[in-house]
Design a protein around this ligand. Structure first.
Ligand SMILES: [Zn+2]
Length: 112
């Protein structure tokens, strides 16, 4: 498999000349609950870009308002932000120690 070329959803839609007016309108203040409800619906939706079976949904605000964008796995992965957290066990432990120290300081502050 080729390495994934990371792009934003906007770039992906522009690259494939997706017409937002043909997308289903989405709630103006969509939450994660709206998105998961849509994904759980027993409806086979085509990927907005290529028409294959979709795996993820998101809301994109176009000039005409928020619209649903459904993407198949490959397109979803291409638009996900690259992992920016620690990639080594030492890095993960370092982050955990820092978080534990912050929590301890916070708890100490609460009990005084
Ligand atoms: Zn697609």
């Amino acid at each position: 498999m080729d390495p994934i070329d990371h792009i934003t959803v906007d770039e992906l839609l522009a690259r494939h000349a997706v017409n937002p007016s043909r997308r289903e309108p989405a709630p103006s203040k969509a939450t994660g609950r709206h998105v998961s409800a849509r994904i759980r619906e027993p409806v086979a939706r085509p990927c907005t870009v290529c028409g294959e079976d979709y795996r993820s949904s998101s809301v994109v605000t176009f000039p005409g308002g928020p619209r649903w964008v459904d993407l198949r796995r490959e397109h979803m992965l291409a638009t996900m932000s690259p992992w920016r957290g620690p990639s080594t066990v030492e890095g993960i432990f370092s982050d955990l120690r820092k978080a534990a120290a912050e929590l301890a300081a916070e708890m100490g502050g609460l009990t005084r």
